[in-house]
Design a protein around this ligand. Structure first.
Ligand code: SF4
Length: 337
């Protein structure tokens, strides 16, 4: 048992968790919405501390992160559970797994750092399932990882509370956040959550100095309305800045959402074009193989800076953080400080 951070004990034996914006009050011998934080006699325990379901060395582009240590490998870990219940979850086999039925291995935080370095990775990513609910473990691994010069990445739904994000900020370098839709109704119906806390966490992550990239899975008939997409893009430009990379990815039928087909590439191209018109410097499309809108172009002169094919990158026009053609500075993290 590993006692949780970010909770308070109540007089009646319940506990209130303040790790994510559900802020569950949990009765004795019960867990919160995420399924992995358990009230044991008035103490909240993080049941999946150091328990992993998945371990891999991925290109960082797979997260996707295109402006944080591009062209490097990221040591990637996943656990089980999630604080969202998305109907289209692509990793439902681990996000919906329970402690009773999951196959989990133990990996100490220090051993995780050693494996990342031995695997010639430039960063560690907590990914595959929601890292917010792995808070204590990510903190214990990320803190020494940062000291040893590694980057640190959350691939997250962004439902973390302000206090938990502030606690993470000394060690967390990149916040790859899903903005699944710009509609609160979508969040309520499809994910069992709310939109505003996600937006608030992204703004705070930026204030705290983290690198941010957003991902929106474009789902036919659910969030592909161009006016709604334009409102989301405007919000990102206004609150996170026009140099924020935004990824618009193709949906494929999965889990409980099999009532519609995959996103047509033409829809993604339309969103990309709209984002450019609105002044976003680095829109990308994703989940389509080898498309020119996966490349990075200089926002000043239009030269190709990074060509991508699958998850591999070729730095055709970028010298460190500078466009080789016009000399313009590009907002991209090449090294961790
Ligand atoms: S992490 Fe979120 S879902 Fe899990 S117990 Fe805490 S408040 Fe509830």
């Amino acid at each position: 048992m590993h006692e949780a951070l970010q909770y308070k004990k109540n007089d009646d034996g319940t506990v209130t968790c303040s790790l994510c914006n559900h802020r569950c009050t949990i009765k004795e011998a019960k867990h919160g919405i995420c399924g992995v934080r358990w009230n044991e006699k008035g103490t909240l325990n993080a049941m999946t501390y150091a328990k992993i379901s998945a371990e891999a060395i991925d290109p960082i582009e797979k997260k996707p992160l295109y402006h944080y240590l591009p062209g490097t490998l990221s040591y990637s870990l996943g656990g089980i559970g999630c604080n969202f219940h998305c109907q289209h979850c692509q990793n439902w086999h681990i996000s919906r797994a329970t402690l009773e039925d999951a196959r989990l291995r133990t990996l100490d935080p220090e051993e995780g750092v050693r494996r990342a370095i031995a695997g010639r990775c430039a960063s560690i990513s907590w990914t595959y399932n929601e890292p917010t609910i792995w808070h204590e473990y990510a903190l214990d691994m990320g803190t020494p990882a940062k000291r040893q010069g590694l980057g640190t990445v959350y691939v997250t739904n962004g439902y973390i509370t302000e206090e938990a994000l502030r606690e993470l900020s000394p060690m967390l370098g990149a916040y790859r956040v899903d903005i699944k839709s710009f509609s609160d109704d979508f969040y309520k119906k499809v994910c069992g959550a709310r939109l505003q806390p996600v937006l608030d966490s992204a703004v705070l992550a930026r204030e705290l100095g983290m690198h941010i990239e957003t991902v929106t899975l474009v789902i036919p008939g659910l969030n592909d309305d161009m006016e709604e997409m334009a409102a989301l893009i405007r919000w990102v430009i206004d609150h996170l800045g026009p140099a924020t990379p935004m990824h618009f990815s193709a949906f494929h039928p999965d889990y409980k959402m099999v009532d519609r087909g995959a996103t047509p590439v033409a829809t993604l191209e339309k969103v990309y074009t709209k984002a450019k018109e609105l002044g976003l410097q680095f829109p990308y499309i994703g989940n389509v193989y080898s498309h020119r809108y996966e490349n990075t172009y200089c926002p000043a002169c239009g030269a190709t800076l990074i060509e991508r094919s699958g998850f591999s990158s070729r730095f055709t026009g970028l010298d460190d953080r500078q466009c080789r053609n016009c000399g313009g500075k590009i907002e991209i993290v090449r090294h961790v400080s």
